[in-house]
Write a protein that binds this ligand. Structure first.
Ligand code: SAM
Length: 306
């Protein structure tokens, strides 16, 4: 079921696109534009802002936080691609995968591309970013957004990720994959009553099982790329079936991979026993509902990131 929106007003998160500007310049621009800057947030409550004030996020340094419903779609910085309007939770996957400059990366289910442009910024536009999506229309929107964001290291392809040949020499140097597959979207806050008759409930369960099977196939497929080191798996779902259960099944089927213990300062963790993973929610993190796991190939001692 989709989370109810009554009384939920999430902050407006603004990711500064470091391919086009710096956080300092964006802050100065907003100050000149009449917003008052309160510095870096320290605790969650600092993200509950009044109109016309803003802070820098305490977890993600490229993220600015404004009052709920602050409108930026007509703002110069948005139109010029200097800022990306992206929920805080959806900034976690690229940040945690943290692909270095010059690496080869796959964004498996990429459109409309907010995470792709975030990875390109982290990679400083250096390296190769292969981005796939099944939906041609979403890919064409993505291409416009990436152009506006100044992304240049990408290669878009209208392809089914599950059919991408993992042995293709083109992908022989791929070490990082971001997998953000289609999901139930149950973490997205939206309006509307949650009515469900027994028939609707059965249909919902069936849909969830299909999605989970698809997500597991995608994750297993990602692990087959020969030089793969790390894959980040994310959904905007709150259901364990699409989150911890997919990851647990994948680990069982792929003993050469293990979970990385993510971001200790992030309080909301994956459901037991997968507490290495992160969850996000309207109440605990002031974001949409979200899940992130990072799997890495075994080699040497257990590592912590970031
Ligand atoms: N990562 C994107 C972002 O941050 O902007 C959002 C991705 S959205 C949650 C999931 C995407 O997966 C959709 O655009 C959908 O078209 C695509 N998709 C679904 N099945 C796919 C498949 N088999 N291969 C590639 N893409 C697929």
């Amino acid at each position: 079921s989709v989370q109810q929106a009554e009384g939920v007003h999430l902050p407006r998160y603004v990711r500064v696109n470091t391919l086009k500007t710096t956080v300092e310049d964006a802050v100065d621009y907003f100050k000149r534009d009449g917003f008052s800057y309160l510095g870096e947030a320290i605790r969650l409550d600092d993200l509950n802002l009044k109109a016309k004030s803003f802070v820098r996020d305490m977890h993600l340094s490229d993220l600015l936080v404004f009052a709920p419903k602050t409108e930026f779609h007509e703002h110069f910085l948005y139109k010029a691609g200097h800022i990306i309007l992206q929920d805080k939770a959806s900034c976690l996957p690229a940040f945690l995968l943290n692909p270095p400059s010059n690496s080869h990366v796959i964004d498996a289910c990429a459109a409309p591309g907010n995470k792709t442009s975030h990875m390109a910024a982290i990679m400083k536009n250096k390296g190769k970013l292969f981005a796939f999506d099944l939906d041609a229309k979403r890919l064409s929107t993505m291409s416009t957004l990436l152009l506006r964001a100044g992304v240049r290291c990408h290669q878009l392809a209208n392809r089914d990720f599950l059919k991408v040949d993992t042995g293709d020499p083109e992908f022989k140097d791929v070490e990082y994959i971001l997998l953000d597959p289609s999901c139930s979207g149950s973490g997205m806050v939206c309006l509307g009553k949650d009515t469900s008759s027994p028939d609707q409930e059965r249909e919902r369960r069936r849909r969830l099982a299909n999605l989970a099977a698809f997500q597991l196939r995608c994750l297993n497929h990602a692990l087959r790329f020969p030089r793969l080191q790390r894959v980040v798996y994310s959904t905007c779902s709150v259901h364990a079936e699409e989150n911890e259960k997919v990851v647990a099944a994948c680990l069982q089927q792929n003993p050469g991979f293990r979970l990385v213990h993510l971001f200790p300062q992030w309080q909301e963790r994956g459901l037991e026993p997968l507490t290495q993973c992160l969850r996000a929610s309207t109440t605990k993190t002031l974001t949409h509902g979200f899940f992130v796991a990072l799997l890495e190939r075994h080699s040497g001692p257990v590592t912590t990131a970031p």
